[in-house]
Design a protein around this ligand. Structure first.
Ligand code: GDP
Length: 670
């Protein structure tokens, strides 16, 4: 908690779903604290004018701004709301002292908070909830607070009771102080007498609030049991201590647009939010040097190159200093899109650092063994292909930057399909990648759904004699082999043996035959890589002059090409093991979705540590999973997610097989 005089700025994240009002809240806090001028209608103080934001018509980056309030410095970090940009929020929220979760007041919007609240809880980040847009809401705040308990891991503690007049909320009673306030323009409030009609409700809600706090305070519990009123001071103290300890989630309300409740919010921050030491404990590496900084964001700006936003954890950092292995070449205060050069930054500050080589978002400089925010599981992939091969090097350079900026992207080079895959969090996330790669870095690259890595195998054995003979003046080519091809069990892989007697194929050529066989396996009779076959070289013939490595390799490949079409080739499709996680209320729809995607449900359980959530184990063909996350989010109000890994290959027959083979032949011809 604050003593009101500390030098470190107090760092606050604004998080919440898209359009809940985070940016409006920040803008009006800045206005209220005289940091910025009043914005004109529709004008944004901090418009995100990066190419990504323009391409998506929404902010995709964090926005950092500083304000002074009653002698303290506050740095606000406004985080993007989309669940697909959660990594950006995760990296930033890890560095803050407290997070304000902004939500719209409709109960059906609360579901969307669930992943976010778990995220903050798991990261040990104290957070409070600001129920926004109460100016146009008919919702009963108490019902809302109750349903919050279904989505929040921490007990939520309602701090106000709204006052309504003519059906509109126009003020509130603070439950700790029992004072009533009427909302004024621009965040000012006026103390009013508690309306007689509210006295009973206030007493009731206040008691409920104290009961929740009493779970963490024996003194308060005793007072409640003995019917003693603890008094305002004690309640404020307990509220602050419990926010800092991560025991509770205080719930405030207001209207960002009309500046309702903003002063109360700032006062709560001033008196109750944790000081820098809590974040410092979370972030400080076990072995630290004199100067330590945590990088919460990396971005590449057109005129400056690489810029890292960092929170200084220890020491005073100056331009030119070395922090860990990195040298500081330019230090800036961040004010929305503007960077203002400064000479030094102290512990607790958030600053921008130019050209911090080697450091990516989530890294801690100046120490070893620091915890790092985990990377989100990738759930959506696109194949990348440059329009012009000359652009390959530029693509790879741009991808390195992309992943440095956003570590929830991953690259995969798939040998079996020959494609380069970019994995990420969904369509919006992929659109940010496209905006960066194409619009920002100017690489001509096409995005498409990845090819499914089908395979094939055989069901029947065959003995095959093939001779490769070529006479074209000078040296000829001669290789003669007898091979036996046999199917192997699912997942047993490829095996090559030789059973040559009397040197009919000389030892040095045996591996050439194997090489030829392997080469053929890259594309079998159906057009896919062949798996799970055993090949035995049983006999053959050699020519003193014309035989060579190359001739036997060709003979091996040709023998396979002759044999396999007669071995009853079958198509195999990859099946993934999927764990789908979502709030329990959506499970019926998810079951239906899994079945309609040819999935097989293997098990069902409560999701550990996530009250109100379930987990379904299933197996599902990879071909059905490419857009799974899109449907999953649409049936779960954006909350559902999944993890997946390859499980096994399964024979695919009938019409689906024909479809794959048709598509594949067409694909190969073009
Ligand atoms: P963000 O995506 O969370 O940053 O949301 P914005 O701050 O951009 O707000 C989304 C929309 O909600 C904008 O049109 C705001 O004007 C509007 N808005 C924000 N706060 C309030 C509020 O308190 N009341 C009302 N009625 N609208 C609001």
């Amino acid at each position: 908690m604050t003593n009101g005089t500390q030098a470190s700025p107090r760092v606050v994240a604004l998080v919440g779903p898209y359009s809940s009002g985070k940016t409006t809240l920040l803008e009006n806090i800045l206005f209220m604290t005289d940091t910025t001028r009043r914005r004109a209608n529709g004008e944004r103080v901090f418009a995100d004018d990066g190419v990504e934001a323009k391409a998506l018509s929404m902010g995709v980056d964090i926005n950092v701004a500083e304000a002074g309030y009653l002698g303290d410095r506050y740095i606000f970090i406004d985080c993007p709301g989309s669940i697909e940009l959660m990594q950006e929020m995760r990296n930033a929220a890890y560095a803050v002292d407290v997070a304000i979760v902004v939500t719209e007041p409709e109960p059906d919007k609360l579901q969307a908070l669930s992943p976010l609240l778990h995220e903050l809880e798991a990261g040990g980040i104290p957070h409070l909830l600001f129920i926004n847009k109460i100016d146009h809401s008919n919702v009963h705040i108490r019902d809302l607070a109750r349903s919050l308990d279904e989505v929040s891991v921490l007990p939520s503690v309602l701090r106000h009771v709204p006052i309504r007049e003519d059906g509109k909320i126009n003020g509130f009673v603070d439950l700790a102080s029992r004072r009533a306030y009427r909302y004024g323009v621009d965040g000012s409030r006026e103390i009013t007498e508690t309306a007689a009609s509210y006295i009973e409700q206030v007493a009731d809600e206040r008691f409920q609030m104290m009961e929740r706090l009493a779970d963490f305070h024996d003194d308060l519990m005793e007072e409640l049991l003995e019917d003693i009123d603890p008094g305002t001071e004690e309640i404020f103290q307990d509220l602050g201590a419990d926010l800092c300890a991560g025991n509770i989630m205080p719930v405030l309300m207001g209207s960002a647009l009309n500046s309702y409740g903003l002063r109360r919010l700032m006062k709560v921050l001033r008196h109750e939010m944790p000081d820098f030491s809590l974040a410092c404990n979370r972030l400080m590496p076990p072995k630290s040097e004199d100067k330590v900084a945590y990088v919460l964001k990396t971005k590449y700006l057109p005129h400056m190159g690489k810029v890292s936003f960092a929170r200084v954890l220890k020491g005073t950092v100056k331009d030119g200093d070395q922090v860990g292995d990195s040298k500081i070449s330019g230090l800036f205060k961040i004010s929305g899109p503007e960077l203002k050069k400064i000479g030094q930054a102290n512990a607790g500050d958030i600053v921008a650092i130019a050209r911090l080589g080697g450091a990516a978002a989530g890294d801690t400089l100046g120490g070893t063994g620091a915890q790092k925010p985990e990377h989100l599981h990738a759930v959506y992939a696109q194949a990348l292909e440059v329009h012009d091969r000359k652009d390959e090097a530029r693509l790879s350079e741009a991808l390195t930057k992309l992943i440095e900026e956003d570590p929830s992207f991953e690259l995969e080079h798939r040998e079996d399909t020959g494609q380069l895959l970019l994995w990420g969090q969904g369509e919006i996330h992929m659109r940010t990648a496209r905006a960066r790669l194409v619009d920002k870095y100017g690489v001509g690259v096409a995005f498409s759904f990845p090819r499914v890595p089908y395979k094939e195998t055989i069901r029947r054995s065959k003995l095959q004699h093939t001779r490769y003979k070529k006479q074209s003046g000078g040296h000829g080519q001669f290789g003669d082999v007898v091979i036996e091809v046999k199917p192997r069990g699912l997942g047993q892989g490829f095996e090559f043996e030789e059973n040559i007697h009397g040197g009919s194929v000389p030892k040095q050529y045996i591996q050439s035959v194997e090489a030829g066989v392997k080469e053929y396996l890259k594309q079998g009779p159906l057009g896919f890589p062949v798996v799970d076959v055993a090949v035995t070289l049983k006999d053959g013939q050699c020519h003193n002059v014309d035989s060579s490595d190359m001739a036997f390799k060709t003979a091996g490949r040709m023998a396979m090409a002759d044999a396999l079409p007669g071995c009853e080739p079958v198509l195999l499709e990859p099946i993934e093991h999927v764990r789908v996680m979502a709030p329990s209320i959506h499970m019926a729809k998810i079951n239906g979705m899994i079945t309609s995607r040819r999935g097989q449900i293997m098990g069902f359980d409560a999701r550990a540590g996530w009250p109100g959530w379930d987990l379904i184990d299933a197996q599902m063909p990879a071909s059905e999973m490419q857009d799974l996350i899109i449907e999953l989010r649409s049936v779960t109000q954006g909350t559902g997610t999944f993890e997946h890994e390859f499980d096994h290959l399964n024979e695919l027959g009938g019409k689906l097989k024909e479809k794959v083979l048709d598509g594949h032949v067409v694909a190969r011809r073009t």
